[in-house]
Design a protein around this ligand. Structure first.
Ligand code: KIV
Ligand code: ZN
Length: 525
């Protein structure tokens, strides 16, 4: 494989399960790692760095099982510059249809000091360990750790040694997130120009985010000739993290006009895997995180919402659907304008006359001044005076009592009012929320599938209001119900019922003889 024959293709090397898992507190269980690797493979990641096999028995087993389950991705393991590490790594990755050994050593003066090796001694070690790895497999990656702070002449020398010893990928790590885009590209360009054999191998870029430039640095390296980007889902990783997979992949997709490189990634899988990694690592995604943050496709200001309602391209450079979201979110808050309020009410099934809207808008602004975000329940409360809300709440929660605790079975006793008639059901479940949802489904059966159940604490403390979101999908139509209560189970029941009410509105709207109004936007969830 030469640099020139693959000019337009960039390999995606995901290290969520190795570098990402090294983030303090991000430890994942064996099954979680195998599950995440399956998702990465499915989304089109070229190489999955599955772990550091010599680090522990658990790490070894995880890498081995990921290798055993691999479909299309190359499975890679990390190894220090020692034959024991390399042998252990190969024992784990050899089970994959395609396995890779990634061996590394710190080459900067600081790291040479720690190892106590002279430049020549380290050069010999690199030759011996890469040769050893190459005798086990013909897919060997070598990294000079802290490459960015390594003297250029020495970096060229050791890269040449690794290539001659059989490395097929040379990774240039910015281990401490110290570089800037211009330097990142200059180093790759220098290596391609100065190192004999450099055009025969793949250069990779591995950037940490200590100065917030990991993605920019990775893309700059690609522009100079690197053809493998090392990255993690949600940018997970040591300290400030790594280049985020979703950022580089979407940047290459959206700005293909100026960076004409392709990846194999199915971007519609991004949101799902981002959420799953956030759950299993316990690292929440910041709201304003590029691509995968809750606000990445949300618009609150009046001007933005109005623009979005007229033409989505005014304030969105990519479609939410491209990353696997149902649509744009126009959360209502104090900056929202009349157009967004009307669109939201429309979506909820309330077609208000102009004078009614004027009145509701005044009361909405008053509420929004006092409240961070105005939820559907708040709007329904505002509308109640006009009588419009009632017709939309065909299902209501009238009574709920749950039995929960350490002693199974947990159960829920529920009364729903459906079209004015009360119905009662008691169900057992795997926890109180599960029991409650089962009771709702028994009382009001639908083919809707639960796509998302999310609980957020609005305030701190044990008396915090829980806001629950429930997303249901039926025949491709997605609705989101929300509710807030100090009792999480009550909020969950009401959110589910709220979603069902909205589903009923949707069904009516899409019935062939209904006065159909196009619903343009759905919640991002
Ligand atoms: O950041 C780094 O230098 C690394 C190496 C092990 C490649 O993660
Ligand atoms: Zn790293």
């Amino acid at each position: 494989m030469t640099q020139t024959s693959k000019q337009d293709h960039v390999l995606i090397f995901d290290t969520t399960l190795r570098d990402g898992e090294q983030s303090p507190g991000a430890t994942m269980s064996h099954n979680e790692k195998v599950e995440i690797a399956g998702l990465l493979d499915e989304m089109g990641v070229d190489i999955i760095e599955a772990g550091f096999p010599i680090a522990s028995e658990g790490d070894f087993e995880a890498v081995r099982d990921i290798a055993l389950n691999a479909k299309n991705s190359v499975i890679c393991g990390l190894a220090r510059a020692s034959t024991n590490d390399i042998d252990r790594c190969w024992d784990a990755v050899k089970h994959a249809p395609r396995g890779r050994i990634h061996t590394f050593i710190g080459t900067s003066p600081l790291h040479r000091d720690i190892t106590g090796l002279s430049m020549d001694e380290m050069a010999n070690k690199i030759h011996d360990t890469v040769t050893h790895a190459r005798n086990l497999t013909n897919d060997v990656q070598w990294s000079p750790m802290d490459a960015i702070r390594t003297e250029h002449d020495y970096l060229c020398r050791v890269v040449e040694i690794a290539i001659k010893a059989g490395a097929t990928t040379i990774n240039i790590p910015d281990t401490v997130g110290y570089t800037i885009p211009r330097e990142s590209s200059d180093i790759i360009r220098m290596l391609l120009e100065r190192v004999p054999g450099a055009d025969e191998i793949i250069f990779a870029t591995h950037c940490h985010n200590d100065l917030g430039m990991a993605t920019a640095n990775a893309l700059a390296a690609v522009e100079a000739g690197a053809r493998q980007i090392e990255c993690t889902i949600n940018g997970l990783g040591e300290r400030a993290g790594n280049t985020a997979l979703e950022e580089v992949v979407m940047a290459l997709k959206v700005r293909n006009d100026v960076m004409p490189y392709q990846t194999r990634i199915d971007t519609t899988k991004i949101m799902n895997i981002s959420r799953r990694v956030s759950q299993v690592s316990g690292f929440p995604v910041q709201y304003n995180k590029a691509i995968v943050g809750k606000n990445a496709f949300a618009h609150e200001s009046g001007i933005h919402q109005d623009g979005m309602l007229k033409n989505k391209e005014t304030f969105e450079i990519m479609r939410p659907q491209d990353v696997g979201l149902a649509g744009t979110s126009l959360p209502l808050g104090k900056h929202s304008g009349r157009a967004a309020l009307r669109a939201k009410l429309d979506e909820m099934g309330f077609a208000l006359a102009d004078n009614q809207l004027k009145d509701v808008f005044v009361r909405f602004k008053d509420l929004a001044d006092r409240k961070k975000e105005v939820f559907d329940d708040d709007l329904i409360a505002l509308l109640r005076d006009s009588g419009a809300a009632e017709q939309n709440e065909r299902i209501k929660v009238k009574f709920l009592r749950v039995i929960c605790g350490t002693q199974a079975p947990q159960s829920a006793d529920l009364i729903l009012e459906i079209d004015g008639v009360e119905h009662q059901k008691t169900c057992e479940g795997d926890g109180p929320v599960d029991a409650t949802f089962k009771a709702i489904k028994e009382l009001f059966p639908t083919t809707a599938r639960l796509q998302l159940y999310q609980v957020h604490a609005v305030t701190e403390g044990t008396d915090a209001q829980a806001t629950v979101s429930v997303r249901l999908e039926e025949d491709g139509k997605i609705v989101t119900g929300q509710s807030a209560d100090t009792d999480t189970v009550v909020a969950s029941a009401k959110a589910y019922v709220n979603a069902l009410n909205r589903l009923l509105v949707r069904r009516e709207k899409s019935a062939p003889d209904a006065d159909v109004k196009t619903v343009k936007y759905t919640d991002a969830g």
